[in-house]
Design a binder for this molecule. Structure first.
Ligand code: SAM
Length: 213
C-alpha cells in the first residue's frame, strides 16, 4: 500500500472539502505516518474517514477531527501544549510538528507506553508522555499556551482552565457521555471567550473532574 498517496487522498477528500485551510496543519497531516499509530492488522484502514480501535476500548480519532481540533488551536510553532488523552500518540505527533513542546497525559499505562515508543521510533523528541488523570492537568509543568482534550467531557475542568496562560486556547469536545460539540475557549485574564464548533463523538474523559468510571 502506498501510504503517502493514502495521506494525499485523505487530505483531498476528507479535510479540504470540510473546510480545513491552515497550510501548516495540512502539511503535518500529509507528513505524519498515521498507519504506524495503529495495530499492524488494521494498518490498511489507517487513512479511512473514521476513528479506529487502539485497545482498552479506546480509539485513534478520525483524521478530520484531529485536523479541525489542531486548526482551532492556532499554532505558530512556539507553543507549549498540553494534550489530555494521548491514545495512540497520533494527535501528539501532529502537535509536535506544529508547536514547540507537547506534554501529553494518558490514563492507561500500556497505551501511553505504546504511544511513547512509536513517537520515539519516528523521532519526535519534543513530546513528553505522562501516565495519570489528565483532568488534574500537569500543574508542575503549567502554564500551557494551548490545551487540547481528546476525550468527551461534561465541561472543561477548572483545573485545566487554571493551567492555560493568558491569551491561551483550550479546545475540547464538551457534552453528554455519548455526543459532544467542539468548544474553543480563549482566556482573557480571568474570563474565557467561548466558541462552539462541529458536533462530535469521543470516548469519555474518565477522572476526578470528568466522568465517573
Ligand atoms: N488523541 C488520541 C490519538 O491521537 O490517538 C485519541 C484519544 S482517544 C479518543 C481518548 C483517550 O483519552 C483514550 O486513550 C483514553 O484512555 C484517554 N483518557 C480518558 N480519560 C482520561 C484522563 N482522565 N486522563 C488521561 N487520559 C484519559
Amino acid at each position: 500500500m502506498d501510504f503517502a498517496e493514502a495521506r494525499r487522498l485523505m487530505v483531498e477528500t476528507q479535510l479540504i472539502p470540510r473546510g480545513i485551510r491552515d497550510e501548516r496543519v495540512i502539511n503535518a497531516m500529509l507528513k505524519v505516518p498515521r498507519h504506524l499509530f495503529v495495530n499492524e492488522a488494521i494498518r490498511y484502514r489507517a487513512y479511512d474517514d473514521s476513528a479506529l480501535p487502539i485497545g482498552e476500548g479506546q480509539t485513534i480519532s478520525q483524521p478530520y477531527m484531529v485536523a479541525v481540533m489542531t486548526e482551532l488551536l492556532e499554532l505558530s510553532g512556539n507553543e507549549k501544549v498540553l494534550e489530555v488523552g494521548t491514545g495512540s500518540g497520533y494527535q501528539a505527533a501532529i502537535l509536535a510538528e506544529l508547536a514547540k513542546e507537547v506534554y501529553s497525559i494518558e490514563r492507561f499505562e500500556d497505551i501511553a507506553r505504546q504511544a511513547e515508543q512509536i513517537l520515539r521510533e519516528i523521532g519526535y523528541d519534543n513530546v513528553y508522555i505522562f501516565v495519570g488523570d489528565g483532568t488534574e492537568g500537569l500543574p508542575e509543568h503549567a502554564p500551557f499556551d494551548r490545551i487540547i482534550i481528546t476525550a468527551g467531557t461534561p465541561n472543561v475542568p477548572e483545573t485545566l482552565k487554571n493551567q492555560v496562560s493568558d491569551g491561551g486556547i483550550i479546545v475540547a469536545p464538551v457534552g453528554s457521555r455519548f455526543s459532544q460539540q467542539l468548544v474553543k475557549l480563549r482566556k482573557h485574564g480571568k474570563t474565557f471567550k467561548e466558541e462552539y464548533h462541529t458536533p462530535c463523538v469521543f470516548v469519555p474523559l474518565i477522572g476526578k473532574y470528568g466522568w465517573k468510571e
